[in-house]
Write a protein that binds this ligand. Structure first.
Ligand SMILES: Cc1cc2nc3c(=O)[nH]c(=O)nc-3n(C[C@H](O)[C@H](O)[C@H](O)COP(=O)(O)O)c2cc1C
Length: 282
């Protein structure tokens, strides 16, 4: 899966990654409050203009607003569900009771997921391992996984006070898997060994963010056998050309805003960013 990436995962990047092996994509996080106010630039963030499997990622906590949005929403062809972001570590969102602050709000999240499912849509959650180290130690994240009836839970294996320096904690995913729910792993995934390990511990899939912007063909590469991967010579110039074509196609739809293009093109083909050493046990 291609991760939701603010100012980055627009229709063009989603289509490029889908063409190169991503099975599922997500819009960037969008505030429900802005959608309900019918703010044009907010609405643009959730536009799905192709038939690529795409979930809309919402930052939401108000059930009335959610009902209003769902009642008015006319799903386009590519739409295949709603994803709630309960993992964003931005202090601005946390102060409003959104992002990571929602990880302990089990009944609220449960109800929001029910509202989406009542509409017949798939509903998924993207989260971290708690707001901070303390919440992670208390394992509050397991309550939400156990209690909420989401189709799958994407776990960015860090807590909300962690940046990217320390590697993602894949060990914590084992207990998430032990709940019996569908767990999708996220954080620092860039090589086949990590995917194989995550599969071995029972994760149902992986989500890739930064490494996919550097190399949108990573999805195809990681689906190959290990021996075949070593032989792949990714053609970054061709990927750039393909991306530029798609960016042109969606330029008007992005309100002629080049920020998505700029963000993708400055990373595409770059040597990958954090890409920590493999830090897993057996
Ligand atoms: C530029 C950027 C923008 C992001 N925007 C979002 C977002 O809108 N919604 C979200 O859930 N996560 C967002 N994230 C987090 C990623 O989806 C992902 O969880 C994180 O980068 C870890 O995955 P990775 O190591 O594969 O990049 C963003 C990350 C980056 C680097």
């Amino acid at each position: 899966m291609l991760a939701p990436l603010e100012d980055t995962s627009d229709n063009a990047l989603r289509e490029l990654c889908y063409n190169h092996g991503a099975d599922q994509t997500f819009t960037e996080m969008t505030r429900l409050a802005g959608l309900v106010r019918k703010n044009k630039s907010t609405q643009r963030k959730i536009s799905i203009l192709n038939e690529i499997p795409t979930q809309i990622q919402l930052s939401a906590k108000n059930e009335e607003d959610l009902k209003k949005f769902l009642d008015a929403y006319e799903p386009p062809k590519g739409f295949n569900g709603i994803n709630f972001n309960i993992g964003c570590p931005s202090p601005h969102l946390i102060r409003k009771g959104l992002g990571c602050a929602l990880i302990k709000r089990v009944s609220k999240v449960k109800r929001m997921v029910e509202l989406v499912k009542e509409k017949g849509y798939s509903c998924t959650i993207k989260m971290r391992l708690g707001l901070n180290e303390y919440e992670k130690r208390k394992k509050a994240y397991l309550n939400i996984i156990k209690e909420v009836d989401a189709d799958y839970f994407i776990i960015h294996a860090r807590h909300g006070a962690e940046h990217y320096e320390k590697p993602a904690d894949y060990e914590a995913l084992k207990e998430c898997v032990a709940t019996g729910k569908n767990i999708i792993a996220n954080g620092d995934i860039d090589i086949k060994e990590k995917v194989e390990y995550l599969k071995k511990i029972g994760c149902k899939g992986v989500m890739i963010g930064r490494a996919a912007v550097s190399n949108p063909n990573i999805f195809n590469e990681l689906k190959q056998e290990k021996s075949e991967i070593d032989e792949i010579q990714t053609d970054y110039e061709k990927l750039k050309e393909e991306y530029e074509e798609l960016a042109k196609k969606y330029f008007e739809a992005n309100n002629k805003n080049t920020k998505y293009q700029d963000n993708v093109l400055k990373r595409l083909g770059q040597k990958q960013i954090s890409l920590n050493e493999l830090n897993i046990q057996g």
